[in-house]
Design a protein around this ligand. Structure first.
Ligand code: NAP
Length: 285
């Protein structure tokens, strides 16, 4: 069935793959980005794939921009079936090295951005008695990793936020919630993180430096080989499976590496459905 899909963060990486694969699957796609001057890569990918995609401005850090965009889609298409919260940004610094402004920015983009978009679409989903919110989290939303405590904190927040809504909004109003937990994705993401580190004073000379160098050096090796990294197209295929399903998972990893890495937390309940029923039984039955 053709769905109306709204996607955030479509100027690069996974957002482009999600938009193109959604359109290829026959869905009506509203691909959004905060800066429309960056739409060329999406336009080229859509033209190469022979698909048509509507492109709109949406900055997840700006409530007015989110609300205006959601209203525009509703006016144009009459409905929204799927919201994909894809926009996000990485951040690599220890808590001691991060400024309060850094922390607020990471939380704003990665967590508040999701909340703003959900707040905008959920009244329509509730009236429709249907809808699917998909949020691109990370294995870092399940497992804390070195120098990523601020980013992981934001992705853990997304996971808790989505999990809580799945416990009462799903059974009451027929709205599905899915968090997607990729490992590494070959995209602009890592270079944007390094650029952000450089722009905020580079690697600081302190006791963390040798540990950070070990982490960053290892990260470069991990990108050049091994099975941690997937292409954006591979991750998008997993998301397409979730959107197509009548009973989508509440959480899903996107690779065998991710499954193994998170296994200590997820093996007992890989798709989050047992936990959902456990919470409903505890509080709502
Ligand atoms: P990417 O290529 O850096 O894309 C991130 C997208 O988010 C870009 O389109 C960026 O737009 C957008 N964005 C940033 N701030 C925004 C804002 N305020 N409003 C709207 N859009 C904004 O990285 P990616 O790998 O495709 O990341 C997609 C998602 O996957 C993110 O949620 C990320 O956390 C998650 N993820 C990534 C990895 C990885 O290794 N890459 C691993 C696990 C999870 P601009 O071009 O304007 O900056």
């Amino acid at each position: 069935m053709s769905k109306v899909i709204l996607i955030t963060g479509c100027s690069s990486g996974l957002g482009i793959s999600l938009a193109v694969q959604s359109a290829r699957a026959g869905h009506r796609v509203y691909a959004t980005m905060r800066n429309l001057a960056k739409r060329d890569a999406l336009d080229t990918a859509a033209s190469d794939a022979g698909v048509s995609i509507d492109v709109l401005q949406l900055d997840v850090q700006d409530t007015v921009s989110v609300d205006v965009c959601v209203d525009a889609v509703l006016n144009d298409a009459g409905r929204i079936d799927v919201l994909i919260n894809n926009a996000g940004a990485g951040f690599v610094r220890s808590t001691e090295q991060a400024s309060e402004a850094d922390v607020q920015w990471v939380m704003d983009v990665n967590f508040m951005g999701v909340v703003r978009c959900v707040k905008a679409v959920i009244p329509h989903f509730r009236k429709q008695r249907s809808g699917h919110v998909v949020s691109i989290s990370s294995v870092g939303g399940l497992v804390g990793q070195p120098f990523n405590e601020i980013y992981c904190g934001a992705k853990f927040a997304v996971e808790g936020y989505m999990e809580a809504m799945a416990s009462y909004i799903s059974p009451s109003f027929g709205i599905n919630f899915t968090v997607v937990e990729p490992g590494g994705i070959t995209s602009e993401f890592a270079s944007s993180v390094l650029k952000q580190v450089e722009e905020t004073g580079g690697m600081l000379e302190d006791e963390y430096l040798p540990i950070l160098q070990k982490y960053v050096g290892g990260s470069q090796n991990r990108q050049s080989g091994g099975d941690i990294y997937q292409t954006a197209d591979e991750v998008a295929q997993v998301v397409m499976g979730c959107i197509a399903s009548d009973t989508p998972p509440i959480r899903t990893r996107t690779s065998q590496w991710g499954e193994a890495f998170c296994g200590l937390k997820t093996d007992l309940d890989p798709d989050g459905k047992k936990l959902q029923h456990h919470v409903i039984a505890q509080f709502l039955s």
